[in-house]
Design a protein around this ligand. Structure first.
Ligand code: PLP
Length: 497
């Protein structure tokens, strides 16, 4: 299996090279040249297996230049031991009426990013040993909150790597900020920027693709790689849990082999839902992919109209990990939907960076509409959904998951589509205690600090705060810097000194 670039089809690299590089030199994203297929028999065969075994089988179809032993040790390193709070790694929780919440936040940092970022350092270590054995890898991350912590935790003290995370100073929750600024490890750095997530992501992308900076780094025996979902090594582990969820729904009797399901994903950078699209193209019977957004509803409009227009207000919401107006992974979907037309995709991406806007061809829009549905909700609707889900289903969910549940409820009411549905749940509610507590008990948070709210949320609902969050109380931040977005490059080199 070879990988090519969404902006230049003549590029051909191995999966190890795609993962080690992170992004193609032409600014495009790496994608596999074809999508491997699995049959319903294969899927049924996986139902009796553990998550680790399922992961090994799916990953081996994409990472064909990794040996069985290498994959084995990567997957066991990521999901083995007791790093996840569920033996199933990504368990389902039924809300009744065919709705199954897929809990993707059972890992060390309590957000779904762990599903990929516990594995990526292992993949990257193997990949760089194959493709660039004598280079030290420098991981640069732009985060809207959860990726940063998950990447820091995944890469801390990993040999031959350094990791540096940029986050928007006013764009993450207090718990997310504390998780990052207190990070331990000898190879880690964290810096806030004055700006929003898109500023952080644009800055990181620019540093990545700047040839001069690349040369400077090479002179020191180092190379950049990415832990953002532009890296294929972030995407591929996410395909696994959609296959796994389908297996678990066969297992729990929700569906019979071959039955269709829908999937709802609270979406930001379009990585998670793209992984579900890959699962569908592999052979998992997924009918509709429902893209759920908060007030930053650029994707809702795109899926409904075919025009992507980022020139709009940016809102800071209570689901900050989805406060994004430039969804990088959409580029991969467009490449697939246009039958790998690199020129067309490259053209749309130039229009986006030059004019902030592009419209896809009728053909691509038609294919998009056959599979994707979209909806959005604002903060008030998000809170109302948290309260309703808690009161009616006895299930406490975080703000991002609530966006997905709300959009699912609206879709079901409007369409009458009763297909059993997987709703991706992307964070533990205690990461967003303020909004969640205020939703179940309006007004109660007044004057409370973050950890008062954690305690109160526990007392009110009986839900347990994960120890790794509760233990942050009273910890002194290690990283307190905040830079202008123009100064990100300087911060990078200061850290590498
Ligand atoms: C990252 C994140 C999302 C968005 O996922 P994408 O793959 O960027 O679309 C949603 N919810 C939470 C909690 C996240 O951390």
């Amino acid at each position: 299996m070879l990988y090519t670039s969404t902006r230049d089809k003549s590029v051909k690299v191995s999966s190890a090279q795609a993962i080690a590089k992170g992004i193609s030199a032409d600014g495009g994203l790496f994608v596999p040249e074809s999508i491997p297929k699995i049959t319903m028999d294969d899927i049924v065969g996986l139902t009796s297996k553990s998550y680790i075994e399922r992961a090994k089988e799916i990953l081996s179809l994409y990472l064909t230049d990794f040996t069985e032993e290498e994959l084995d040790s990567c997957v066991n390193g990521a999901y083995g031991g007791s790093k996840f709070s569920s033996e199933k790694i990504a368990p389902l929780h039924s809300l009744g009426d065919g709705a199954e919440v897929l809990e993707l936040w059972r890992g060390p940092t309590c957000a779904f990013k762990d599903m990929a970022l516990q594995l990526l350092p292992h993949l990257l270590t193997v990949a760089s040993a194959k493709s660039n054995p004598d280079k030290q890898i420098v991981i640069l991350v732009a985060t809207s909150g959860d990726t940063g912590k998950a990447a820091l935790e995944g890469f801390k003290d990993v040999k031959n790597t350094k990791i540096l995370v940029f986050y928007p100073n006013d764009g993450v929750s207090p718990m997310q900020k504390l998780q990052m600024t207190t990070q331990e490890g000898s190879n880690v750095g964290v810096c806030a920027i004055e700006g929003n997530f898109d500023d952080a992501q644009t800055g990181v992308k620019r540093i990545f693709t700047d040839k001069e900076i690349g040369k400077k780094l090479a002179g020191r025996g180092m190379m950049f790689s990415s832990a953002n979902s532009i890296n294929w090594g972030r995407l591929v582990p996410q395909i696994v849990y959609y296959v796994s969820a389908y297996c678990d729904m066969i297992d729990n009797g929700e569906i019979k082999p071959g039955d269709e399901i829908n999937v709802v994903v609270p979406t930001g950078n379009f990585g998670n839902i793209l992984a579900a699209y890959y699962a569908k193209q592999m052979g998992v019977p997924i009918r509709k992919l429902i893209c759920a957004s908060n007030a930053n509803n650029v994707l809702t409009d795109f899926i409904k109209t075919g025009t992507y227009d980022r020139k709009r207000n940016f809102y800071s919401t209570i689901s900050p990990s989805m406060d994004i107006l430039i969804s990088s992974n959409l580029e991969r979907l467009l490449f697939l939907l246009s039958d790998m037309d690199d020129k067309l995709v490259g053209g749309w991406m130039s229009e986006l960076s030059e004019n902030g806007k592009y419209t896809v061809s009728d053909e691509v829009f038609k294919k998009l509409s056959e599979v994707f549905e979209a909806g959005c909700c604002d903060d008030a609707q998000t809170k109302a959904c948290i309260a309703k889900t808690y009161n009616e289903n006895g299930y406490l969910c975080d703000t991002h998951t609530a966006v997905a549940i709300d959009v699912y409820n609206s879709y079901k009411a409007d369409s009458g589509d009763n297909t059993p549905t997987v709703i991706a749940s992307t964070a533990n509610p205690f990461k967003f205690s303020n909004a969640v507590l205020d939703a179940v008990h309006p007004g109660i948070c007044n004057g409370m600090d973050e950890f008062d709210m954690v305690l109160k949320l526990h007392e009110e609902t009986g839900a347990e705060c994960p120890a790794q969050l509760a233990n942050l109380k009273g910890k002194t931040p290690r990283f307190t810097g905040c830079c202008k977005k123009e100064d990100m490059e300087q911060v990078v080199f200061d850290m590498l000194k």
